[in-house]
Design a protein around this ligand. Structure first.
Ligand code: ARG
Length: 465
């Protein structure tokens, strides 16, 4: 077999020790250019820093270093204006850039890879990429937070139930529910942020180099705090990507829950909200349909992100220390997660920007007399008269049962029924049996009273503008 395979192409930079060409199946599975070409800005930035350092340390001449930097800038310009032409033989972005550089500047291009391996190169590139992806996601999460704040400003005072187990529980205001998403996204962002700290460049294949490179210089030029302290770790770990991906996954999960709420709210059963025509979908058979596909896809697309996080860990699980080609799959996970979150944020903002809430429907759900959403208010009223909460809970439970049997709301029951349930009840209890009164009285820190929501809103406006 091997004997019949084509002689190796002249000039294949990685096959000096082989006598035949690579099997096409291996070429295909090994080639990552189509995936990692999106890191061209980071790859070229890394190479420029490396070339400058090679000149500064005298490993190459100053003139050669300058020619490399200039050449790399030209390659960058080709990528930027779309004129860069990849070749089938470019295994990945690193080989593509080096190949083009050598075409442009000749023999000095062959000096760029001095004291460097693609192992430290890719680890550096991906960290640089991660920093910019994390920043872009943060900005877009803030857009979604602002879209939520705008709704809080407009409709935040509408009263609606909050749910536990999807059963109506107690009245809150819409602003409180929307601000819960703002908070949740903020929490998610805490793990989705990435600061460049340790620079892998100079770790080479994993065992460093005997050449007198200056790792501090390249680290600094690229915006890292310091060179990574262990060359093997530097090329072997992808856990910093995993850390940020876990933040992306958290954002995606939050957005999926927002999607779930939008699906419920816009259903005819709830009827709390209506999405604008531009963000609603029709059906191929039922002309009346007005679906919330965008919200449903928020739920489903989140699996891409949680799945990518799982894959990133799985790719590393069981790997001995050192670089393996397995790690090349880190980028498909990162990019897929990034793309999904960006797409999700975009549709979330679009839907939040084109939604109307039905105050009357929401209020009706709270004030449905047989929903008994104010039962806790009655129990709390008893507590204020000195009744132990458990006793109050039981008494109001009996009251609800009596009301249910009569088909009435609590507020519709005569006082004697209240007094039968607990002798401490008097006229005053009716005062707390209104949705607005209940919401207003929940002045506890972090609670849903209109005054509390106003405070939350002010804090967020100050923070996000
Ligand atoms: N494309 C490779 C990756 O993404 C670059 C590193 C290749 N290193 C190697 N020794 N083959 O991981």
């Amino acid at each position: 077999m091997a004997a019949r395979r084509k002689r190796k192409a002249k000039g294949d930079p990685l096959r000096g020790r082989f006598t035949v060409e690579q099997h096409p199946a291996l070429v295909r599975i090994n080639r990552s250019y189509d995936v990692d070409c999106r890191m061209w800005p980071q790859d070229i930035a890394g190479s420029i820093a490396h070339a400058m350092m090679l000149g500064d340390t005298g490993i190459v001449t100053k003139a050669a270093s300058k020619r490399m930097v200039k050449g790399l800038q030209k390659v960058a310009a080709e990528f930027a204006d779309g004129s860069f032409e990849p070749r089938e033989s470019d295994e990945d972005i690193h080989m593509a850039v080096e190949r083009r550089l050598t075409e442009l500047i000749g023999p000095d291009g062959a000096r760029l890879h001095t004291a460097r391996s693609r192992n430290d190169q890719v680890a550096t590139d991906v960290r640089l990429y991660l920093a910019s992806a994390a920043e872009s996601i943060e900005l877009n999460v803030q857009q979604a937070q602002r879209a939520l704040l705008a709704l809080v400003e407009r409709d935040g005072a509408f009263v609606l139930p909050f749910y536990t187990h999807l059963q109506r529980a107690q009245p809150v205001v819409l602003g409180h529910g929307l601000l819960a998403y703002v908070e949740m996204l903020e929490r998610d962002l805490q793990s989705a942020r990435y600061e460049l700290d340790e620079c892998p460049l100079g770790a080479c294949a994993g065992a460093g180099t005997s050449l007198p490179i200056d790792r501090r210089m390249t680290a600094k030029l690229l915006g890292f705090k310091r060179p990574s302290p262990n060359s093997l770790e530097a090329v072997s770990s992808r856990n910093d990507i995993a850390r940020v991906l876990s933040g992306f996954a958290a954002i995606a999960v939050t957005l999926s829950r927002l999607g779930a709420d939008l699906v419920l709210w816009t259903s005819s059963e709830f009827g709390f909200a209506r999405l604008g025509d531009g963000v609603s979908t029709g059906s191929s058979i039922m002309p009346q349909k007005r679906n919330a596909d965008g919200a449903e896809l928020l739920r489903a697309k989140a699996t891409r992100v949680t799945g990518a996080l799982g894959r990133l860990f799985e790719v590393q699980r069981g790997l001995p220390m050192g670089y393996f080609k397995d790690l090349q799959e880190d980028k498909t996970a990162l990019f897929e997660a990034e793309d999904a979150v960006e797409e999700m944020l975009e549709i979330a903002c679009a839907m939040l920007g084109d939604i109307s809430f039905d105050a009357a429907r929401m209020r009706a759900a709270v004030e449905d007399p047989t929903g008994y959403l104010l039962a806790t208010e009655a129990a709390d009223w008893l507590v204020r008269q000195g009744v132990p909460f458990r006793e109050a809970h039981e008494a109001v439970g009996a009251l609800v049962s009596a009301a249910e049997a009569a088909g009435l709301g609590l507020e519709e029951l005569p006082l004697e029924v209240f007094r039968r349930a607990h002798r401490k009840f008097d006229e005053d209890v009716y005062k707390v049996l209104s949705a607005d009164g209940a919401v207003r009285s929940r002045r506890v820190l972090g609670g849903p009273s209109p005054a509390g929501v106003k405070r939350q809103l002010a804090r967020w406006r100050k923070k996000l503008g």
